[in-house]
Structures are given as C-alpha cells and as structure tokens.
Write a protein that binds this ligand. Sequence first.
Ligand SMILES: Cc1ncc(C[n+]2csc(CCOP(=O)(O)OP(=O)(O)O)c2C)c(N)n1
Ligand SMILES: [Mg+2]
Length: 563
Amino acid sequence: MRVSAATGIARILKQEGVQWVSTFPVCCVNNALGEEGIPMIMMRDERYAVAIADALSRVTGGKQIGVCTVMGGLNPAGLQIAYGALAQAFEDSSPLLCIADGMPPGSEGSLHYDLTRSFHDVCKWVGHINEPERVPELMRRAFTYLRTGRPGPVLITVPRALGEYDPEAYPYWPVKGWHSVPDPTDVSAAAKEVLAAKCPLIYAGEGVFYADALDELRQFAELVQAPVLTTLKAKSAFPEDHPLSIGVRGEPAVHFLEACDLVFAIGTSLSVRHFRHAIPDAAHKVIVQCTVDELDVNRSYAVRHALVGDAKLALRALVGKIAAQIGSVVSSRGETHRNGALVAEIADQKAQFRAKYAPLLASDEVPLNPYRVYGDLMKVIDPHSSFVTHDSGNTRDQLSTVYQALIPRGFLGWGNVSTLGFSLAAAAAAKLAYPQRQCLNVTGDAGVGYMLGNLEALVRHEIGVTTIHINNGGFAGYGPGFWGSGHDPYTCEVCEHAVADMSEAARAMGCYAEDIVQPTEIVPALRRALAENEAGRPAYLEFICRQYPVFGAWASPATRAKA
Ligand SMILES: Cc1ncc(C[n+]2csc(CCOP(=O)(O)OP(=O)(O)O)c2C)c(N)n1
Ligand SMILES: [Mg+2]
C-alpha cells in the first residue's frame, strides 16, 4: 500500500528505534509522527528542540539518535533559529537528525539566502528529499552517516505534500553503522611505543563513548598502568575514583601531562581549544593518536603513530598485543605491569588537590560559596544513579574541577564552543534516557536567560529535573576590566535577586522553586527538589552566591624545564 513521504519517514524512524522526536511547533512530518504513535516533545523554541535531540545522542553515546523537526521551506524561521544549535552539535561532533520542511519544487531562489546551501557548513550531511520514492534512500544515508565515522548532525529536508510511494517497492531496513579496525602494523608499532615509554599518559576523548569502548579503556589503562585523563566532553568515561584517574582539569592533570613522555590519545581530536589541556612540550613527547577521523591526525600536534579507526576495536587489538608481550617482554617501567609507585603518586597528587578544595566545599560563607553548593550536591545525590551537567561560565569551570563522576554519563561535560543554556536540554534528555536517575543542571545567571520559557515545556512533559541556579549577580568571568576598559558597567552585571526573581518566574511557570541563602538550607532544599522530581515536576533552586572565580588549571603548551 502506498504511503505519504511523511508517513514513510515516521515509519523509518520507528524502525530505527526512535522513541520520541523534539519539535517546535510545526513541520510537515509532525502529523505523520503523531499518527504513527511517535510522541513529540514540544520545546519552546527550535534551539532547544535541536539541543534536546543533540543531548540525547550525547548522553547515550549515540545508542539513541536524537531526532528533531523544525519549520523550514518558504518560511524557515525555525531553521534559522536551529542553525546555531546545529552549529554547536557540529562543533561538538554530536550525531542528531534534524528534519525540516524543504523548499517546494520550483521555489528555489525565492529567499534572499540559499536555505539548501547554508546548512552544509554546520552539518555532516544535508539530504533533500525531492521525490517520495527517495525517502528510504535518503533516510538510509542519513542513518549511515549518523552511525558511522565521526559523529555529526544530519539535516533532511522534505517539501510539504510531496506525494506517495510504495514501501514494498522501496523497502527500508535499519542501519547498524560500521566500524573499521586500525591497520595491524600501526597497532604493533603503537604497542611497542607504549611499552617502551617510561611515563605514558592516556588522554581519552568523547569518542570512547560513541565507540562504546569504556570497558576496553579501563582494561587498557590497568594493563599499561598509565594515568587516565579525560577531556571535558569525556568526563565520566573513566571512573574518577579509580586509582589511575587524574580527572579532567587541575594540578594532578597538569603534573602528569608535564611529566609524561608519551601521550596515548584515544577518541579525541587533540584540538587546541579553550576548554581542554594542551600537551606541554609536545615536540619532545611521543604522541600516539587513535581517532576515527583522519582529519584529526597531525592537525594540532605532530603524531608519531596514528591508529585510524574505531576506539573499541583499536583498544581490543592493543590490549591483545600488549598482554601477549608483557609476560615475556619486560617493559622499561619495571618487571611487572603493576606500578605501585605511580598509583601512590596519583593518590598524593589527588590528596593535595582535594585538600585545596575541601574547605571550599564546606564553606559557611554568606553569600554562599558556589563550591559549598557543589559539596552539598555531591552529598545528597546518588553518585551511582544520577546525572549532572554544567552550563557555560564558572559553573563549567568549577564543576569540572571538583565533581567526581563515578558512572558513565553520570556527568556531561560539553562545549568545544559552549553555548549558554544547553544544560537544561542536557538534563532533560538525560531524564528521558534514564528516567530512574536524579538529573540536575547547574547554570549561572546568563544560562537562565536562555532557559526560562523552556521550563514550561519541562512542566508540560513532566520531565522532573532540578535546575540549580548559581546566582552570583553577574557574569563572573566577564567582570570589570576583563575585556579591557569601556565595557564596564554595561556588560557584566544583572539585576539582583530582589529585583529580578528568577525562582519566582520558574514557580509561576509551574516548577517547584526555592531561593536558598543560608548554607544549612542547601541540603534540605536539594532533597525537597529531588522529591518533587520523582513526582515528575521540574524544580528550580536559586542559590544566592558570591563570585568565586577559582578552578582547576589547564596545562599550557609551554615547556616546563625539567631537572
Ligand atoms: C550563546 C552564548 N553567548 C555567549 C557566550 C559567552 N559566555 C560564556 S560564559 C558567559 C557569562 C556567564 O555568566 P553566568 O551565567 O552568570 O555564569 P558565571 O560565570 O557568573 O557563573 C558568556 C556571556 C556563550 N558561552 N554562549
Ligand atoms: Mg553569574
């Protein structure tokens, strides 16, 4: 029986295991989605429709592909707003599918800009369905690119009333995605190099999540006995209470990055960016990089060995090679592959680090020290069944410094380019993916401005997450003089809580909400919020804080002279 193009797309999404689609508020496939029984989460703008789909892909490591629909075609108001969110997904390599109305046949050139061309810069691939029979073909290509190689967003456009096709004549079956094994000679060379190193360090990126390689990462680290550093986006890929974990940022990470003679980078582009460590003295270190994308190789650093392929398959091959050799070949690091001295050194580094932050986590200051909020948060939530994410600004820098992530995606770090407000979408997507978990997003004042309207969507869909607003009265990182003279007092201060009461606004939109001024009130307030979440009600806690711009360092490229 023939079906409309939109119905064909909806059925294909079901075949691909898509459980819900986010939207705002129209797209030519939405009627078919509803008719075919795919629930829609309607956010309050396209940025969040894209962001929640993006976040679903991130928090599930691509096991569930986030899908969203937005307005396009001759009135592409929706696509225009979606552009920024797609750019973020592209920059962060997140595989989501965005479906938009396409330009009606013959209307090309009616807009001042070329809708079909504009999105090529921020999508891994753009497909335009111009015949109903091409629905399976273009959807097959979309899911192939979403599940194979470097992850990234895909845009499909489909004009309204495109017509019908026969699914028997043009069948569809789900796309599994394909993985490639690195060249075995490269694996041998890398294994040899790792064994020869005196102080190897593992630098793991988010690619290990998408490759489902967390067990292999741990096995590899334990076998070679190397400290494990994760990028911000990979935080929680390796348990941060593991004796080999050196976290994401701060002195322990800097210490081992400076001391190491080999960096084994896995699932990371190794780009030189704002929110990550550089490799100090890189010219005098051996860099081995395993990446799915050859465009990352020799990009920011000269790489001695590259393993181009899937992180899971690469690690398995390496573990096999090294385990076979380690019995007979004595590595330069000692007679066995257990390195007690290294474990003690990591423990010592971490103890010094903890000693620096422990007083802050227990601070009794009023206005609150934001670290006290994080300290109490870590006491209240279940680290084995929760999800925490930061926003852009100090919340990112502070939380990525002290939050201890124990389970995969118990924490989502994000942002090659970090766009304010994303944390709400991330927490909501995590709650939808893991309904049994406590899900919280921590945001500063600027992030709230982006989120407010979207709190209503969470109330409507009964997505019980807690938003923690660290109200420090302004944009802490952008204080007077930060950008030179002239911007102050215009661009860093916002109204104080008594004037612009954000928790009151959240309450008015249906959230459970509180203001917290006293340190002793933090724990009870968090408990009340989490209890509300259990009943499916989002909560908003506004903590009246001081500005406290203290957080862990990133290693710089500069060489440190070593004795
Ligand atoms: C969409 C977007 N625009 C601009 C920025 C740049 N930016 C990063 S942090 C920040 C201000 C953060 O202030 P606030 O939310 O109050 O957090 P605080 O640092 O005070 O904790 C700005 C403007 C951004 N990250 N995203
Ligand atoms: Mg602020």
